[in-house]
Ligand binder design. Structure first.
Ligand code: NDP
Length: 293
């Protein structure tokens, strides 16, 4: 029997916990968590993602600050903006929304973020700690997927996980977290990418299949084993004449045909997306409470 892995409902449960935790802080005379987001330029998708994050802060009782910068910002101006946030004692954590304009060196910007405020977990210090299984800020999307598996009670022990995509923000950290000695974890992990040969042979062996490549309906039913858990990270905009906007969002998985074969599957929207936001909120609370001691 196929079950929907409901990221929306799970994210609401996490938000309720966060709201309570904020109240508990206030009751103890501690500050509200404060998240800042740097948005460079006017990429509509980036603006929408940042907007979701700001709204989530309001729902759970965090303070948020949106720092908007023009596309024309120089590398050194952006680095100064990051340093200002590093130095601002009221800001517990912040993110720099990607992608950045082509003339900006993303890596230098991400490395300028103080690791203790790096709630996206993109700084090499946090990425390194993650790979060593040390406490750190985990990147929000893979962290959210782990929470979703955990809260649904899905057993990952000894399972074969196949990850489609090796990006440093989704595919690679997902693989690292699923291979951890823990629960969820203890998977045997295969990472596939654009040079993988006979991709379907790998995906058909997956007990847990995570699709994070950014191609609409890429994963078809012939690529999925009966009873698999399928996690669809993709966010792709495709034409849809029935919508007022003329388009809609869809994942990397051909949901209608794949879902009947699965034990569990995430929808798009309403799966990984809301879990990503909830995880960022959890990281922000963590950054804030790390400073209490
Ligand atoms: P990237 O473009 O950085 O990485 C895509 C990965 O997929 C690469 O490793 C690439 O391989 C691989 N790939 C591309 N085409 C193929 C193919 N035909 N066969 C096998 N592998 C392929 O994307 P991200 O990891 O940043 O994001 C992936 C998707 O997830 C996107 O749709 C993005 O919008 C979405 N996303 C969703 C989030 C959410 O909250 N739900 C958060 C972040 C991302 P190679 O390395 O060889 O190029």
């Amino acid at each position: 029997m196929m079950q929907i892995l409901d990221g929306k409902a799970t994210s609401l449960a996490i938000e309720a916990e966060l709201t309570e935790a904020v109240q508990a802080r206030l009751d103890q005379g501690l500050k509200r968590p404060h998240l800042a987001a740097v948005l460079v330029g006017d990429n509509p998708a980036s603006r929408a993602y940042v907007g979701h994050k700001v709204k989530a802060c309001a729902r759970v009782g965090f303070v948020s600050t949106l720092v908007e910068q023009p596309t024309s910002i120089t590398q050194s101006e952006l680095l100064s903006a990051v340093r200002e946030l590093n130095d601002n004692p009221d800001i517990d954590g912040f993110i720099v929304q990607l992608p950045l304009p082509d003339h900006i060196d993303d890596q230098e910007v991400l490395e300028a973020v103080l690791p203790t405020k790096d709630v996206d977990g993109f700084h090499p210090v946090n990425a390194g700690k993650m790979s060593l299984d040390l406490p750190c800020f985990l990147p929000a999307t893979p962290k959210g997927i782990i929470s979703l598996l955990d809260r649904a009670g899905i057993d990952t022990q000894g399972k074969h996980a196949v990850i489609l995509g090796r990006s440093s923000i989704v595919g690679t950290p997902m693989a690292l977290l699923l291979r951890r000695n823990g629960a969820p974890g203890n998977c045997t992990v295969t990472i596939c990418h654009s040079r993988t040969q006979n991709l379907a042979e790998h995906t058909r062996r997956a007990d847990i299949l995570v699709a994070a490549i950014g191609r609409a309906h890429f994963v078809t039913e012939d690529m999925v084993k009966d009873g698999a858990v399928v996690i669809d990270v993709g966010i792709n905009r495709i034409p849809d004449a029935s919508k007022k906007s003329g388009s809609r969002l869809t994942g990397d998985v051909d949901f209608d045909n794949v879902a009947p074969k699965c034990s569990w599957i995430t929808p798009v929207p309403g799966g990984v997306g809301p879990m990503t936001i909830a995880s960022l909120m959890q990281n922000t609370l963590q950054a804030c409470s790390n400073k209490d001691a």
